[in-house]
Write a protein of this length. Structure first.
Length: 402
């Protein structure tokens, strides 16, 4: 039972495809960043893509997380080829839809491209710019390429190449006077800083594009969910206000909300739902973060010390390798620490997706929820370790400035 976000999707689709003067920068690309499990993919699939198509656009969608081992460029090329192939096929669903919404007549018998589909994106084959240009000229409509989890294209030569090819396509098509359609690019990602990196850094392909926060589900979703669960929960139905704030406290993640409501249902009949829900939400949130925190702990005391430092300084941390940092780690774990060791620990934390590189030499915690949970744990530890006699905390430094 997916909650539809039709109005939001229509508004976004209109901004993209029929931009007002102020929105034309969206033609340089739109990036949506949102935390994990907040419904990004669901929104694209069930709301945004249909809304874009209803306005006559051809949408090519690819999820770079669908096959984490695959080369991102291959996945994108494959998705483009698949769409072109369908357009070549008389009577295909996509052609029928185009005829309905965009009064495309030329396409009735299937599109004809002056290149082999298998060559699209190949080094000495047809460039993406050429392929999209041919498509737009025949379809006479906008083409939207959506790359879900686009940050996976960062950090590899193939990915860089792909992003530059997309930028070239965008620049070639969108600057043509009287182009019959535009090439639009939407990327989503779970790593806010990495997604931003795509649009900010001068040498990145999408310099100048717009980055927005993914709009998380809100009160209308809460009202919808409560309506759905009313029959099962009966007297255990919480109020919308309490549910909404519990939902937020769990990172606006639908799955967590469902778990919390299930716990409510299992409580004894005279429990008070509005009193219990916040506690349930808190412990579920903690349990989810726990899984991640245990990964840090499993890497040993130095990993804990480094992770703590990055958490406590917050966001954009540079000084993880400084002499001062090394001394602090040494004091915490009770032995000398080399910069090399720290480097390898950071490598482990990064490949476990707990940390991410924000820019050269700067690291941040990937998931703000995990960061917050870690900070809570540090504080709790300090209270415990301080003990009745007021012993100084042994393991961790006092978190600073947060
Ligand atoms: N509008 C919605 N109504 C009901 N459930 C939803 C809605 N959007 C998302 N969900 C549920 O939330 C969960 C996460 O959704 P989804 O996979 O779309 O999120 P995501 O942000 O793309 O996650 P990931 O970070 O894993 O890519 C899924 O179980 C999905 O069914
Ligand atoms: Mg997703």
């Amino acid at each position: 039972m997916t909650f539809r976000r039709t109005a939001l999707a229509e508004q976004m689709a209109t901004q993209l495809l029929r931009p007002s003067f102020l929105d034309t920068s969206l033609r340089s690309g739109l990036f949506l960043s949102g935390q994990r499990r907040v419904g990004k993919t669901t929104f694209l699939a069930t709301d945004l893509i249909p809304a874009l198509e209803a306005l006559g656009a051809i949408v090519v969608y690819v999820d770079l997380w669908s096959q984490p081992q695959a080369n991102p460029a291959d996945l994108v090329h494959e998705a483009i080829r698949k769409t072109l192939k369908e357009l070549q096929t008389p009577g295909s669903g996509i052609l029928k839809r185009l005829q309905q919404v965009a009064s495309v007549e030329a396409g009735a018998a299937g599109f004809k491209f002056g290149f082999k589909l298998a060559d699209v994106g190949k080094d000495d084959g047809t460039s993406l710019a050429r392929a999209f240009e041919a498509l737009i000229d025949q379809a006479k409509t906008n083409v939207v390429l959506i790359i879900d989890e686009v940050q996976h294209a960062l950090g590899s030569a193939d990915g860089d190449h792909l992003l530059h090819a997309l930028k070239a396509a965008r620049d070639a098509i969108n600057t043509r006077p009287g182009t019959p359609g535009y090439f639009l690019f939407i990327g989503t990602g779970s790593h806010r800083a990495r997604v931003q990196e795509l649009t900010l850094k001068g040498n990145q392909a999408f310099n100048g594009a717009v980055t927005n926060e993914f709009p998380v589900l809100g009160r209308d979703f809460i009202d919808y969910v409560l309506e759905q669960v009313r029959p099962q929960l009966g007297a255990m139905l919480p109020s919308a206000d309490v549910t909404e704030s519990a939902f937020r406290s769990m990172g606006s993640r639908p799955e967590e909300l469902m778990k919390a409501l299930n716990v409510l249902r299992s409580l004894h009949a005279d429990a008070l739902p509005d009193e219990h829900l916040p506690t349930i939400a808190q412990s579920l949130g903690a349990a989810a973060a726990d899984v991640e925190l245990q990964k840090v702990e499993a890497m040993g005391p130095l990993a804990e010390a480094v992770f703590s430092r990055i958490c406590s300084i917050g966001g954009d941390v540079k000084g993880v390798f400084t002499g001062e940092a090394l001394k602090a780690y040494a004091a915490q774990i009770g032995r000398d620490v080399t910069a090399q060791e720290v480097q390898s620990i950071i490598g482990m934390l990064t490949s476990a997706n707990l940390l991410m590189r924000v820019k050269h030499g700067h690291y941040g915690v990937t998931d703000p929820f995990v960061e917050k949970a870690w900070m809570n744990r540090l504080q709790a530890d300090q209270l415990l370790r301080a003990g009745p006699a007021g012993d100084p905390p042994r393991l961790y430094n006092q978190p600073q400035g947060r």
